[in-house]
Design a protein around this ligand. Structure first.
Ligand SMILES: C[S@@+](CC[C@H](N)C(=O)[O-])C[C@H]1O[C@@H](n2cnc3c(N)ncnc32)[C@H](O)[C@@H]1O
Length: 160
């Protein structure tokens, strides 16, 4: 993502927040952001599954949950999607990924249904027949006029 931001005209003015629990990986991202001249990219070594991590963060135009939903239970996926309207602005976009399993089971369809239940419309869904990865892009069209802040001390997901 960082090289793409750096290539983008507005890359240096876009505010971006990366959350990674692993200190080595987050430091690597921090170093990369500095090297690419992205002063408004903030990399936090923090738990992305804990609501406390987001308490003072403004809702985003674009939120990426890539490499996440395949590592957490379907209950946690549901709990997380149900809280995304606090993290995304009205008409904001969520891009997410999920792989299908070798036996043909494709959990991405449950995830698409879950987004639909929580006020999102699907902008695109990429599912090549010859590949296991799936990429969804959903827009939050039914954000309530007032959204209470995230409840503190609450867990959305844990990696399993
Ligand atoms: C499958 S990788 C995805 C990396 C990247 N988003 C991508 O798509 O290439 C999952 C990453 O999530 C990090 N991670 C796991 N649990 C986390 C948590 N609770 N909070 C923040 N990062 C977490 C792992 O350290 C790992 O770097």
């Amino acid at each position: 993502m960082l090289p793409i931001l750096a290539e983008h005209d507005g890359g240096r003015t876009i505010e971006a927040l990366l959350i990674e629990r692993d200190p080595t990986l987050s430091q690597r991202a921090r170093t990369a952001a500095i090297g690419l001249g992205l002063p408004r990219t903030d990399v936090r070594t923090a738990d992305a599954g804990a609501t406390d991590t987001y308490l003072h963060i403004q809702p985003a135009h674009l939120l990426l949950t890539c490499g996440v939903f395949g590592n957490i239970t379907i209950n946690d996926v549901g709990r997380t999607i149900a809280m995304l309207h606090t993290l995304v602005l009205a008409d904001g976009i969520v891009i997410w990924t999920r792989g299908r399993t070798d036996d043909g089971h494709d959990p991405s369809h449950d995830i698409r249904a879950c987004f639909a239940e929580h006020g999102f419309i699907e902008m695109s869904f990429t599912s090549p027949a010859d590949a296991r990865f799936r990429v969804g892009m959903h827009r939050l069209t039914a954000r309530p006029a007032t959204v209470p802040p995230m409840p503190p001390g609450t867990r959305m997901f844990s990696f399993i």
